[in-house]
Design a protein around this ligand. Structure first.
Ligand SMILES: NC(=O)c1ccc[n+]([C@@H]2O[C@H](COP(=O)([O-])OP(=O)(O)OC[C@H]3O[C@@H](n4cnc5c(N)ncnc54)[C@H](O)[C@@H]3O)[C@@H](O)[C@H]2O)c1
Length: 327
């Protein structure tokens, strides 16, 4: 299939591009490199452009005869979204609608969308099924929910077939060490802990050790980035006109902050000192996915089921790329 991967120079996008290319798809990356890396993708397949540039998007969709779009491009920092909501509504909502309109204008209807746990807010039910009400507690989560709702309406009115995949915590790196996670600033736990092991930070701050969890620290569901990639491909294969799929992607197993740090100690051999810090506002105690719907619908199963195996792939990337793609 001829596929346009928007935001394909970013973390999750680049791993999905790698898998799609390996499977023989004709893949083009469309990215403005605001938060991505040219080096994460093949230069002859990278089109540098902004989502808001509808004429360029239409030209690319037509000239490359694109049949499906995967949309990873967004800003994705919760704190930043609270401080700069306008930026988030602009880039995650308005720009996404530009993309949908460009597709509509040229008749492309297949769409796979990166959504997030943040659309749920702080649900009472753990593991979280898709049936719990979505009540985001920050602008980032709202922006993703707005696009999910637009996709339902685009399916009904215009025949779009889409999959909104709600990831939990994307983690790890390609096992061959060629691509990995490089965000600036980095907000994700595993790369930050590994920066301590690399000597780039003194210690890891643990925000809150009095949560109602077994060891008092927050619990999250870490899903390997290559498992996300395989779910995207499976979703793509199952798109149908006017059909909307919305599903969680996680492992169903939660890891506390202390368990992740312990896994990083084991894998790196570094003592990784801890500094206890107050809770951060808006951090739910526990977010774990019920991803049985995705497992059934997509005939998909995460291959990385232990946190150690996820950390091992991340460590391989960080140790060979201590300054990320700038190495
Ligand atoms: N990483 C996670 O744990 C996680 C969890 C849940 C959901 N998500 C979602 O998955 C997607 C990918 O996440 P990621 O961690 O790979 O992010 P990322 O920042 O690494 O990648 C996003 C890419 O989109 C590009 N981009 C942003 N705005 C653009 C625009 N207006 N025009 C063109 N390109 C633009 C950036 O340059 C970057 O390459 C995001 O939509 C994010 O909200 C990520």
């Amino acid at each position: 299939m001829k596929i346009l991967v928007v935001g394909g120079a970013g973390y999750v996008g680049s791993h999905t591009v790698k898998l799609l290319s390996a499977q023989g798809h004709d893949v083009w990356v469309y990215d403005n490199l605001s938060r991505g890396h040219a080096k994460s993708t093949r230069p002859d397949r990278l089109i540098q452009g902004n989502l808001t540039d509808r004429p360029l998007l239409m030209k690319v969709l037509m000239e490359k005869e694109i049949e499906a779009v995967m949309h990873f491009a967004a800003f994705a920092l919760v704190g930043e979204s609270v401080q700069h909501p306008a930026m988030y509504y602009q880039n995650n909502v308005v720009a996404s609608l530009e993309l949908l309109e460009a597709m509509r204008a040229v008749g492309v209807w297949r769409f796979v969308f990166s959504s997030t746990t943040a659309t749920y807010g702080q649900p009472d039910i753990i593991p979280i099924p898709e049936t719990v009400p979505q009540n985001p507690i920050n602008p980032y989560g709202f922006t993703k929910l707005v696009v999910e709702r637009a996709l339902r309406d685009y399916a009904h009115a215009y025949g779009f077939g889409s999959a909104a995949l709600r990831y939990f915590n994307a983690s790890g790196a390609s096992p061959d060490g060629s691509i990995g996670e490089d965000h600036d600033p980095e907000s994700h736990l595993i790369p930050i802990v590994l920066q301590v092991a690399l000597g780039q930070r003194e210690a890891i701050h643990v925000f809150g050790n009095d949560y109602p969890t077994p060891d008092g620290t927050c619990i999250r569901d870490y899903i390997h980035v290559d498992d996300l990639a395989t779910a995207h491909v499976a979703a793509l294969e199952r798109l149908e006109p006017s059909k909307v799929m919305e599903m969680n992607l996680g492992t169903g197993v939660g890891q506390s902050v202390l368990q992740v740090i312990e896994a990083c100690r084991k894998v790196t051999g570094h003592s990784i000192p801890i500094v206890n810090a107050p809770r951060r506002p808006g951090d739910p105690a526990c977010l774990v996915a019920d991803s049985s719907l995705a497992q059934r619908t997509l005939d998909w199963k995460p291959q990385y089921t232990s946190i150690d195996s996820i950390v091992q792939t991340a460590w391989r990337w960080h140790v060979t790329h201590p300054r990320g793609y700038k190495t």
